[in-house]
Write a protein that binds this ligand. Structure first.
Ligand SMILES: Nc1ncnc2c1ncn2[C@@H]1O[C@H](COP(=O)(O)OP(=O)(O)O)[C@@H](O)[C@H]1O
Ligand SMILES: [Mg+2]
Length: 357
């Protein structure tokens, strides 16, 4: 090996992927290593397990530092990223690598708000993302995404008709709300509801997706269990508020996902409406629903707390206007959603690598 080449590898071996707990050389992530001794330049491509990897800055700076330590401060390092999303997909929707259920026992805790904003944050991080409104009793994605007038087209594929999802804010969206006139009740009973949902999921032409985020209906009944069993999602995220009334139901949802016949890995818990915050009193947090219900659940079941989302008046206005807060950048809320999205994809990568299919 060329002198510099071995020095470079020596440097790169000191950079560890915190999720894989392996150095980037050993993990096979370093591609296209090239250098120019005269100009003191090194370039390489780091292959990640997800385009939405939140650790890009971390890797760039660690690699630069490591190279400079071995070769000297004059050296310039250019790190590019490529990715091959891990995730086995599911038999019924094979072009989707990761199916993520956003669930909770209780209605009104913010599942749909979380699903929409997490989907947008995942897309902003670089993933190919879909959003399925599975709350067929009360679809709210059309309003939240500003898609109340949307009517999906139908296209033939292999001689069969498929619904074409609607692209908005970088996300492919499908909801029963697009197909049923607004205001019309959908009083379905269990089996019919499960069938409708199955159809909506399998008869939509999602295309290739890294992540399909599913906004689940509240509860822990037939529909939730059937969906989990039929589609074998890669992971579930539980949304709760700090209030006992909410976390007691969230706990049931968590136990449902862990039932022997269901077995969907619970990626983590998101506590929504953790505290009220207003720009008029920026130093204060008002714990109107109590404190730490999400943290308590997380500790009791050994599941990570993925984030705490404050209750803000602006969320209500932006939700009703169909302009999700995750579209902004650098705000309290958009930062929270980007962090949560990052935690979700890291957990999915870890799960996929721990149990390759
Ligand atoms: N963090 C938040 N701050 C303020 N209002 C919120 C927040 N999260 C959700 N809401 C509001 O609470 C209500 C219920 O949220 P939603 O996402 O529809 O819950 P779910 O899907 O669990 O029924 C909506 O009016 C929504 O705008
Ligand atoms: Mg909802």
């Amino acid at each position: 090996m060329h002198g510099i080449e071995s020095q470079l590898y020596e440097a790169l071996r000191t950079v560890v992927d915190p999720d894989l707990r392996q150095n980037i050389v050993e993990a096979g992530m370093v591609k296209g290593l090239a250098w120019n001794e005269e100009d003191c330049k090194v370039s390489l491509t780091l292959q990640l397990t997800t385009p939405a990897c939140p650790l890009k800055d971390y890797f760039s700076s660690q690699i630069t530092e490591a190279v400079r330590q071995v070769l000297g401060e004059r050296w310039e390092v250019q790190v590019a990223f490529s990715s091959q999303t891990v995730g086995g997909g599911t038999e019924l929707v094979s072009q989707v690598k990761n199916l993520i259920l956003i669930g909770s026992g209780k209605g009104g805790v913010g599942k749909s708000t979380v699903a929409v904003n997490v989907a947008i944050a995942l897309a902003q991080l670089g993933g190919r993302v879909g959003l399925l409104d599975a709350d067929i009793y009360g679809p709210s994605i059309p309003i939240l995404m500003g898609l109340e007038q949307a009517k999906p087209a139908v296209r033939e594929k292999d001689g069969r008709p498929y619904l074409v999802p609607i692209r908005k804010y970088g996300v492919e969206v499908m909801s029963l709300g697009f197909l049923v006139p607004a205001g019309q009740a959908t009083p379905w009973r269990g089996p019919m509801a499960s069938n409708t949902l199955r159809q909506l999921l399998t008869e939509t032409d999602w295309g290739e997706l890294d992540y399909l985020v599913v906004d689940m209906p509240p509860g822990t009944g037939d529909i939730q269990i059937t969906l989990a069993q039929q589609f074998r999602p890669q992971g579930a995220v539980i949304v709760t508020t700090p209030q006992r009334l909410a976390w007691a139901d969230a706990e049931k949802a968590l136990m449902m996902f862990r039932m022997p016949l269901v077995q969907v890995p619970v990626i983590g818990i998101i506590e929504n409406m953790s505290y009220f915050w207003t720009p008029e009193l920026p130093q204060r947090k008002f714990y109107i629903f109590g404190e730490s219900g999400g943290r308590m659940l997380s500790q009791r079941y050994g599941v990570p707390l993925l984030g705490e989302i404050p209750l803000l008046e602006s969320v209500v206005q932006q939700s009703d206007a169909g302009i999700p807060p995750a579209l902004e950048s650098g705000t309290l809320l958009s930062d929270v959603f980007v962090r949560i999205a990052g935690e979700i994809v890291r957990a999915l990568s870890r799960l996929a690598l721990a149990s390759p299919v």
